[in-house]
Design a binder for this molecule. Structure first.
Ligand SMILES: Cc1cc2nc3c(=O)[nH]c(=O)nc-3n(C[C@H](O)[C@H](O)[C@H](O)COP(=O)(O)OP(=O)(O)OC[C@H]3O[C@@H](n4cnc5c(N)ncnc54)[C@H](O)[C@@H]3O)c2cc1C
Length: 404
């Protein structure tokens, strides 16, 4: 069956696809078809990750009226602590960042992905401009005449003026753009879960730098934290197979007991770590957002925040147009320019930070140690780096700036 042409088709119902749909609906009058499965509570609970949303992302979620449904499950992150536990000859000094130095009440808010996704789904169900086309998967995306044709696994065919690819790492939308893509693997798997601990975290996120990558403890409620622990794939497999008691003891030991005894742990889920970069982000009537457009290791809570900036930039470009007919090339060009430096610089910096831990390269290790020593000693440098981590103020879209 062939359906009427919509303005925009969004492929993928992960967090970035959902937030993009809501942001486009807020900023434009376009009719949006959203393609993908609608996850139920059981499915959502399987994502044991949490997301630390930086202040500009919170501004976007507030402006889109989503934050009010998220904030009761979110916890502030007011301090960042980095500890070198690489065991190399050149040990970097511990480094501490505080949101007070930027006159902020918190750097970020950490929220379980399951709660975030629940709030997003409920918001979309109440947004008339977004039609959720429930499908197991989109199987084909191709250019036909002046439109883009989308075929679902159930053999339904739809058309749209513009397609937004939010279909994650293995995006079929990205393949349909023909954009040159570079992909690579790290010898790392991240384990994510939440746990309860004896000592309060005092709103401090701790990053322990180890030879296999960082172990990050991110605040949730006062005696709960979420964990992202990068290990070799072989070690990660063994660690995931441990029972709760064994895992708690191992975590206690490897986190140097900084949160005291670990009293309960949620199921552990493993995420293989890879990287992906593109030459550009829109082509052939398809704009890519989230992990369809960039994949980086989970260091410094950057990935999803970058995805929200994709959504906000795209919305601001589209809102200038009453109709998409004949405008697609201009939109693609503007989107490519707006995303280039932000995505390239984050991918580069996160890759270097990760490699400075993984590779036994004396120059990289010396540079890292010198960098952290400088950060520890110079307040202005610390302020600059903290500001960069939040998102370059100059190039943020209006939707992510506070209006006062
Ligand atoms: C352990 C860990 C911790 C992290 N912590 C943070 C953090 O604190 N802060 C931060 O900013 N980032 C963080 N990230 C990164 C963040 O999780 C990702 O950037 C984010 O999940 C990407 O979302 P997405 O919607 O682009 O992709 P996905 O979540 O992969 O969603 C893609 C969706 O598309 C669907 N799909 C795929 N193919 C098709 C198809 N053919 N048809 C229809 N649908 C399709 C999939 O089913 C899925 O629902 C972390 C990552 C990891 C691994």
């Amino acid at each position: 069956m062939t359906h009427p042409i919509s303005d925009i088709a969004i492929i993928g119902t992960g967090p970035v696809g959902l937030i993009t749909a809501i942001t486009l609906a807020k900023e434009t009058n376009f009719q949006i078809n959203l393609f993908g499965p609608k996850p139920d509570e059981n499915f959502l609970a399987k994502d044991t990750r949490t997301t630390a949303f930086m202040a500009p992302s919170i501004v976007l979620l507030e402006k889109c009226n989503i934050w009010s449904d998220c904030k009761e499950n979110a916890s502030p992150l007011k301090h960042l602590r980095m500890i070198d536990d690489c065991g190399s000859l050149i040990r970097a000094p511990d480094c501490h960042f505080s949101c007070d130095e930027l006159n902020m009440t918190a750097f970020a808010q950490n929220i379980p992905n399951s709660d975030l996704n629940k709030a997003l789904i409920s918001h979309i169900e109440n947004t008339y401009q977004i039609k959720w086309i429930e499908t197991q998967a989109v199987t084909k995306v191709k250019n036909i005449d002046d439109t883009i044709e989308i075929t679902t696994q159930e053999n339904e065919t739809y058309r749209a003026e513009l397609c937004v690819g939010a279909d994650g790492k293995n995006s079929i939308c990205r393949s349909a753009t023909g954009i040159k893509t570079t992909e690579w693997q790290y010898d790392q798997t991240a384990i994510a879960c939440s746990f309860t601990h004896q000592s309060p975290h005092n709103a401090t996120s701790t990053e322990i730098h180890r030879k296999t990558g960082p172990m990050t403890l991110i605040p949730l409620e006062e005696h709960r934290s979420s964990l992202v622990w990068s290990l070799t794939p072989q070690d990660a497999e063994k660690v995931v197979a441990l029972d709760d008691q064994q895992f708690s003891s191992l975590l206690y030991e490897n986190s140097h007991a900084i949160l005291g005894t670990i009293t309960s742990v949620e199921p552990r889920v493993a995420f293989p770590i890879s990287g992906l970069k593109l030459e550009k982000f829109a082509e052939n009537k398809i704009a890519l957002v989230g992990e369809a457009a960039h994949v980086i290791p989970p260091i410094g809570a950057q990935g999803m925040n970058l995805g929200l900036r994709d959504a906000a930039h795209l919305a601001e470009i589209l809102k200038d147009h009453a109709s998409l007919k004949g405008k697609i090339q201009t939109i693609e060009d503007k989107y490519n320019v707006s995303r280039k430096s932000d995505i390239f610089s984050r991918t580069f910096v996160v890759d270097i930070l990760n490699k400075s831990l993984l590779l036994n390269n004396i120059s990289l290790k010396t540079m890292r140690s010198a960098g952290l020593t400088a950060l520890r000693n110079f307040k202005q440098l610390r302020q600059m780096i903290m500001q960069q981590g939040l998102g370059d103020e100059q190039s943020l879209p209006e939707l992510m700036k506070t209006n006062f």
